[in-house]
Design a protein around this ligand. Structure first.
Ligand code: HEC
Length: 249
């Protein structure tokens, strides 16, 4: 084949290639060009939406983050053992004494007198006008119950008439509970700190007949961390998005 023949073939190939490229770029020319145009649809707003549209990498970033909130183990026993009575008294004076007295035989006000409350029955003041919720409640004011109650009265007992938001800070709550115990004659012993809950060698009986985790085994907190749930791809994902984007050259 002569030089000329070869040139003709190359020319033809080149023309075809150019033609194909022209066809390929046509849509982007018509629709305004520039990578990543989605016609008249709303622009993806969040990062995860953009990732989803552009790379078909669909995850819910926000949702993954919310499950990361770790459940913390509050060691009530340890907190009580190192509680600060002076601070507890101060907190009581500041946050409880508007409604409660704590002296022996002290008058009940908006709330019942709290002398001898620890370990005592719920509704320990006869004749006080307790709420229906408190009347229906069972059990005693153990340290654990007091802790849950004072963290969130309404959360612990739906419908209680004690309108008090709760003490969110663990140490503050422990200080107040220790102060309640200091004003309880013959108060029960503090619960054992978690670290000391495992029986020493030879010792068998765990406090209050509670199951004690074997050494090395972490005691699970109230709620174990739930595995992150698999999230289905975002709704209405690329059903009508343009098929594979064409890269103009
Ligand atoms: C706004 C008033 C108010 C404040 C503030 C308040 N309480 Fe109360 N408290 C009440 C009332 C009312 C009840 C009775 C609740 C019911 O019957 O549902 C109650 C009940 C209780 C009980 C149960 C008593 C029993 O006899 O069973 C305890 C324990 C208690 N409060 C502790 C506290 C502590 C500790 C604080 C401060 C950190 C506090 N309260 C702050 C009004 C209050």
């Amino acid at each position: 084949m002569g030089e000329l023949g070869l040139n003709k073939i190359m020319g033809a190939l080149l023309a075809t290639a150019l033609g194909l490229m022209g066809l390929a770029t046509l849509p982007s020319l018509v629709f305004g060009g520039g990578g990543g145009h989605y016609g008249d649809h709303e622009e993806p707003a969040t990062l995860s939406e953009k990732m989803c549209k552009k790379f078909h990498y669909c995850i819910e970033i926000a949702e993954a983050a919310s499950t990361a909130e770790a459940e913390e183990v509050f060691d009530l026993g340890a907190a009580l053992a190192s509680a600060d009575l002076t601070r507890g008294e101060r907190t009581f004076a500041g946050q409880c004494s508007t409604c409660h007295t704590i002296t022996p035989g002290g008058a009940s006000g908006t709330g019942p007198n709290l002398h001898n409350i620890v370990g005592g029955p719920k509704m320990h003041i006869a004749g006080f006008n307790y709420s229906g919720a408190m009347k229906a409640a069972e059990g005693q004011w153990s340290y654990e119950n007091l802790d849950a109650w004072l963290k969130s009265p309404a959360g612990y007992m739906k419908g209680t008439s004690m309108s008090f938001a709760g003490i969110k800070k663990d140490a503050d709550r422990a200080n107040v509970i220790a102060y309640l115990a200091a004003n309880t004659e013959g108060a029960p012993a503090f619960p054992a700190p978690l670290a000391a809950a495992a029986p020493a060698e030879g010792e068998v009986v765990p406090a209050e007949g509670e199951a004690v985790p074997a050494e090395g085994e972490a005691a699970p907190a109230g709620g174990e961390a739930a595995p992150a749930e698999a999230t289905p791809p975002a709704e209405g994902a690329p059903a009508e998005a343009p098929a594979e984007e064409v890269q103009p050259t």
